[in-house]
Design a protein around this ligand. Structure first.
Ligand code: MN
Length: 183
């Protein structure tokens, strides 16, 4: 089963469109969103084609299962209009013998989180910068931001299938990083 993982769309219909193109091209079975989906937030400039209603329509029009966690820019009304679960502060996914702790990153960070087991993965968004590194025995992962990347990173998402994480540049469609994990 292939999952596309994306974060920080921040209401950009343009980059949400590129994400859905990637979803189709990759033949993904599910979409996992790490929060900050519909609104730009007071600290960000408006992203390209800022249109929360359009992003809502694009996401609710998908037939594949979507899962999410809540970002610091997400509101209760978003749960009502999006329908798929987005209000959890964190979620845990089983991957073989390991677990993936999924959160936005404003409440739990790679340094401060409920106890995990060595070899588990910590997957977050929020910082708008891609991450793939081992920290204190955990695999720390971040897909970067779909709409508002920082530190010269690409507009980006990730895919996960059978222990392989890949980072995809939404504009070029190229895989620019990958990591094999013994799940
Ligand atoms: Mn954000």
């Amino acid at each position: 089963m292939k999952t596309i993982i994306a974060s920080d769309i921040h209401g950009s219909a343009y980059y949400c469109g590129l994400l859905l193109d990637t979803l189709r091209k990759e033949g993904a079975d599910t979409l996992l969103l790490l929060g900050d989906t519909l609104y730009h937030g007071p600290r960000n400039d408006l992203p390209r084609d800022y249109a929360p209603k359009e992003v809502t329509a694009m996401l609710t029009g998908l037939t594949l299962p979507i899962f999410g966690v809540r970002g610091n820019c997400d509101a209760e009304i978003d749960q009502t209009v999006l329908g798929f679960p987005i209000m959890a502060d964190y979620s845990l996914f089983l991957a073989g013998r390991r677990r993936i702790f999924v959160t936005h990153g404003h409440l739990y960070t790679p340094e401060e989180h409920p106890r995990l087991c060595p070899g588990d993965a910590f997957l977050f968004g929020h910082i708008h910068v891609p991450v793939c590194e081992e920290r204190d025995g955990l695999l720390v992962l971040n897909p970067g931001s779909a709409a508002i990347p920082k530190e010269n990173s690409p507009h980006s998402c990730m895919s996960y299938e059978d222990g392989l994480f890949r980072w995809i540049d939404l504009e070029s469609g190229e895989v620019y990083q990958e990591h094999r994990w013994e799940a």
